[in-house]
Design a protein around this ligand. Sequence first.
Ligand code: PMP
Length: 422
Amino acid sequence: MSAERLAELHGELSRQYEEVVQEHLSLDMSRGKPAPEQLDLSMNMLDTVRSDNLHDVEGPDVRNYGGLDGIKEAKVFFAGILGVRPSEVMVGGNSSLAMMHDTVARALLSGVYGGEVPWMKVPGIKFICPSPGYDRHFAICEHFNIEMITVDMLEDGPDMDAVERLVREDGSIKGMWCVPRYSNPEGITYSDEVVRRLAEMKAKAPDFRIFWDDAYCVHHLTDEPAELANMLEACREAGNPDRVLMFASTSKVTFPGSGVAVMAASERNLETIRKQVSFQTIGPDKINQLRHVRYFPDKDALHEHMRKHAAIVAPKFDAVLQILDEELGGREIADWKAPKGGYFISLNTIDGCAREVVRLAGEAGITLTKAGATYPYGNDPRDRNIRIAPTYPTLEELKKAMRVLCICVKLASIRKLQETGA
Ligand code: PMP
């Protein structure tokens, strides 16, 4: 494009941008929160547990202390979802992120099953962080001073050549974060081949663990759910049965903050973890676990419920994708994927533009996740990834916000092209 044409376009887009700034919008696409209508779907769950129906539960009294790893029915429920045995399940409190944080903390302080020393006794321990990824995973590492090694996400999961080499050669690599299904933010599901290689690869650290955060295991947006191979089974078959620690929760199934979190792992892993957790708590909120299992008596009930979520969420994803297509399609200034589940759409600008786009959008009243947040240390080496969270705004707000975002992408791209003369 000639310099004159670029200048002309720049003028036009600057005018469009100034116009939207004058609208004083205030729209938030920054965090993956369910919309109020989604929360309404679970209101009846609150009526499943009443003062007159708490006594007729089999087993220990859910009103009292005890049951460190959850009620039996909840273990069976989550075992069914994750494809593991109930004896491989530990049902916890309200947050899987808290469970992951505490699992890392316990590994640092007390070690994991089969480890010779607590992780903190090993100088300079590291985690592999497929990126773009979930900012709060990276924040846990940063908080505990665990060095993060960025590995690229490819179309079907992390770059396994890089992962295999790193884990084979470096014994201070103790962990790896994975969001294997409808990944945050790209919506990628790991292929069978990636799952197999993760399970089979040689690890120099005998106490290496994969933190398998299957947060979006039931969050499908289409009638063709992504199939994810069973990682615990794959690890068992590969002779590395203790390698994986799986996590999930009902935060985005029922109520974020009042859901139920779960960890699944080999029985040996769980035995060690239960001992450690017994110093931390006398037991989780069993009444909330009971609410959940009563509301979801079987898998069908859960999937029916998730279809209702999808009916609200999918049109929002469609709107985002349609506007991206209309405004940015075929212009070689951005690319994105169309996820079949999960909570996010990941937008890549041309290199060096993401921060500027997020800044421009912010000044026009559109809040986006901070640029760089999807990379360790908040540092996107190409400064190009932007995470869009379409669920919380209304459809109308979302469409408005997306139009503004696209103006910002175009404006930042033109300025970059003018600057680099590309
Ligand atoms: N893992 C991932 C990948 C997430 O996206 C989120 C929520 N944004 C969480 C975990 C947090 O889950 P919880 O509410 O169970 O702590």
